[in-house]
Design a protein around this ligand. Structure first.
Ligand SMILES: Nc1ncnc2c1ncn2[C@@H]1O[C@H](COP(=O)(O)OP(=O)(O)OP(=O)(O)O)[C@@H](O)[C@H]1O
Length: 302
């Protein structure tokens, strides 16, 4: 019975002495869009390739619907994947490209026009792929992944090459697919976009899991947001906050920006020093900062 889960368990992949992935475990649930994040060389592609049966692990397992990819029956109907944007023959039309995949996977040809409509490529269906923009190639890749109407989708960098309108479209599509109960795993370096696209994130660095959870939790837990503070005696308050362990800088508009301290501690410190505060606002937490905080020191390019 297909449970729609992607389960990575104790996964290790060594290339010589390098552990590209080291004892990595996480689960991706159906009905949600999960972002797979990590700095360059973190091991994302290695993990996805193993999950898709393109590479063998040194140890550990990656299963989809409870089985390793290679043991899945009719895998095209269970898992759709986009690993590279442009693997289509440039002289073929988008429609023909999809028909070839359909035939090879034993899928009905009528799926071609259905998926072209889903990704908004119907008007360009008969144009040669070599005339497609990067955004159109991304759409074509997603269309190919959808041909088998799979429960599980694995998309490597699907936002790459899309303009803001395209990203908006992608967001709506991924939400719709997850809303249909599908499992959607999306890797990306575009962290701000991932914050928009994903419900959950799995963050890895150096081949190891750094954090997994709902985007909102990861962002809040990981990044104590800087506080914007306005105070009439800014210099005195800066000294008091620094003594309390905060790092404080003054902005051009006279507001202070404090990190490494929470709002109650700022208020207590000001009260103890008999200093007024006129504004105390947390900056919006963001995934970019959480990501940098979490992967600090592990983000060396490998
Ligand atoms: N076939 C291979 N032979 C040797 N080393 C490899 C091979 N494939 C990947 N690596 C190494 O394994 C590590 C993880 O690479 P991987 O491509 O999985 O990372 P990534 O997170 O996908 O990075 P990026 O975002 O840059 O694609 C890197 O140090 C990479 O150089």
């Amino acid at each position: 019975m297909a449970d729609g889960r992607i389960v990575v368990s104790g996964l290790t992949k060594r290339y010589g002495t390098l552990a590209a992935v080291a004892d990595l475990s996480f689960t991706v649930e159906p009905g949600r869009v999960t972002g797979f994040l990590g700095p360059n060389g973190a091991g994302k592609s290695t993990t996805l390739r193993i999950a898709l049966g393109l590479s063998r692990p040194t140890s550990g397992t990656a299963t989809i619907n409870g089985s390793p990819y290679r043991a899945l029956r009719e895998p095209a109907r269970q898992v759709g994947a986009v690993l590279e944007a442009s693997c289509a023959h440039p002289g073929r039309s988008g429609r023909d490209h999809l028909r070839v995949i359909c035939a090879a996977a034993g899928l009905p040809a009528h799926r071609t026009d259905e998926v072209l409509a889903v990704v908004g490529l119907s008007p360009a269906a008969r144009r040669r792929v070599k005339g497609y923009s990067l955004g159109m190639l991304q759409r074509l890749g997603i269309a190919a992944a959808l041909l088998g109407d799979p429960r599980v989708l694995i998309l490597d960098e699907p936002a790459n090459g899309l303009d803001p309108e395209g990203i908006h479209w992608l967001r709506a599509l991924l939400r719709t697919l997850a809303g249909q109960g599908r499992t959607v795993l999306v890797s990306s370096h575009l962290l701000a976009e991932m914050q928009l696209l994903a419900d959950d994130v799995v963050i890895i660095a150096g081949g190891r899991l750094v954090r997994q959870g709902p985007v909102a939790d990861v962002v809040t837990v990981a990044a104590q947001p800087p506080l914007r503070i306005r105070a009439p005696q800014a210099d005195a308050l800066t000294r008091a906050l620094a003594a309390a362990g905060a790092a404080v800088t003054a902005g051009p508009d006279g507001a202070l920006r404090a990190t490494g301290i929470d709002a109650p501690t700022v208020a207590r410190t000001a009260l103890a020093a008999a200093l007024e505060i006129h504004e105390l606002t947390p900056e919006a937490p963001d995934l970019e900062r959480a990501f940098l905080d979490l992967t600090a020191g592990r983000a060396e390019v490998r």
